[in-house]
Design a protein around this ligand. Sequence first.
Ligand code: PEP
Length: 260
Amino acid sequence: MLPAEEKLMTPGIRPLIAGNWKMNGSWRGSRRLADAVRDAAPGLPCDLLVCPPFLHIQPVAATLLGSRVAVGGQDCHHKPHGAHTGDIGAVMLRDAGATHVILGHSERRADHGESNELVARKCEAALAAGLIPLICVGETLAEREAGRATAVVEAQLDGSLPLGFVTSGGIVAYEPVWAIGTGRTPTEEDIAAMHHAMRQALVMAFGPTARTTRLLYGGSVKPSNAEAILALPEVDGALLGGASLVAEDFLAIARAMEAG
Ligand code: PEP
C-alpha cells in the first residue's frame, strides 16, 4: 500500500463510493438496502451514490430524500423522448429523483453493442437533463494481454466524453472488463498507472479543471481489498457491483476510504 502522504497529493476531491445494483432486488429489498445506507451515511468520510434498477429509483429516492446519499440510473436513451419502446429518457430519471446516471458500463457496451459515439450522445442527453454522468471505461483481458489497455481506455475517454463533461462534474470509472464480478483485480501498480494516464488524458482534452474530475476504480472491490485500492493516488473512490448489494459490505468499503 502507498503511504498516506501520497494520497493527500490529490487535492480538492471529495471521494465517492457508488453502487450499481444492476438487475437485482425487489421493490422492498431495494428500500431496505437504501434505508441501511441512509442511516450510516452521516458518519462516513465520502459521498455515496446508489443506482437501483429503473423501477426502484422512485421509492429509493423517496427513502433517501434529505440524506447525503444520491440516486442514479444505470443507463438512459440518447433522445429526450419519443417512440423508443422499453427505453428511459434522462428527464424521466431526473423526474423520478435521480441526480446521476451510469453510462457506457461494459455490460451495456457488450450486451447492447453501445459504441463510444452512442455513449457520448447519451452523456449529452444526461447533461441536458441536469444529470451528472458517470462514464465507465475499461479494457478486456485480451486487450490488456496485448499491451493495449491504456490505448483502449484513452480511446474510450476520447470518444465517450462530450464537451461540458468536466465542467458539469462528470465522473469516470475505470473498470477493467475482466475484473468485473470475477474476484480478480489488476495490481495496485496497474490501477495507479491507469488512473494517472486517465488524469493526463482528461487534462489534455479538457484543461486543468479536469484535475478535480473524480476517477473511480471498479471491478471486484470488496471490504478485504478496498483500503489498499482506495489509498492509491488518483483513485477518488470506487464503483461497486456485487458488494453494493450487501449493506455491510458497501458501508465497510465506504469506511475504508477514511483509512485509505
Ligand atoms: C461493476 O459491474 O461495475 C462492478 C464493479 O462489479 P463488481 O464490483 O461486482 O466487480
